[in-house]
Write a protein that binds this ligand. Structure first.
Ligand SMILES: [Zn+2]
Ligand SMILES: [Zn+2]
Length: 192
């Protein structure tokens, strides 16, 4: 039995609340860039109604991703609420998103697809460590949140780029593999 299966005894006539651990790995999410630092939880209120049950759930899952600007790990919390009606009425709410046919003989309801969808929808396409993240310098790769670098602008100035390619052509000029920018190359020239 998957850990995210809710057990609802058919004879239940009183509302109850249950809580299940959420192992993110079992959600089998498509994005490879994310991981789960610790288990989450899903808390579900089960309320018996005339023709079935109303489930009101609260999901809380920590998800680790990386900042889309500076690449540092970021832990995001997926905190979402949901509601599902489990109905014995065969055609009662057909077509409604939160309606599921649940026969009298059933007592297990798998929350996995619901939890998976909530996590997928809640995850930002471009996570950020902070709204004010300065990101990495596109020239030298420096993390601009930790220290500033001497590079100017957000891209390599085309005039510098032309100069750099000229220099690279000179046989006497040993260009560093690290691509560490203009300041360092200038220093080397001064030393020579
Ligand atoms: Zn960042
Ligand atoms: Zn830089």
């Amino acid at each position: 039995m998957s850990p995210l299966v809710l057990d609802i005894p058919g004879t239940t006539t009183h509302p109850f609340t249950t809580s299940l651990p959420v192992d993110g790995v079992l959600l089998d999410l498509p994005d490879e860039g994310i991981s789960f630092p610790s288990p989450g939880t899903v808390k579900v209120d089960v309320e018996p109604v005339n023709e079935g049950f109303v489930l009101t759930g609260a999901l809380d899952v920590p998800v680790q991703s990386s900042c889309s600007r500076c690449l540092t790990p970021v832990v995001l919390r997926v905190s979402e609420r949901f509601r599902v009606v489990l109905s014995r009425d065969a055609g009662g709410g057909e077509g409604e998103d939160d309606w599921v046919h649940f026969t009298r003989g059933e007592r297990e309801f798998d929350l996995t697809p619901i939890v998976r969808d909530l996590v997928v929808v809640a995850l930002p396409a471009k996570p950020l460590c902070s709204d004010r993240c300065l990101g990495l310098c596109p020239v030298c790769g420096n993390d601009r949140n930790r220290a500033s670098c001497s590079c100017t602008g957000t891209t390599v100035d085309p005039r510098w780029a032309a100069l750099m390619s000229l220099r690279a052509d000179e046989k006497s000029f040993e260009r560093e593999e690290t691509n560490h920018g203009i300041a360092e190359e200038k220093d080397k020239q001064n030393q020579a």
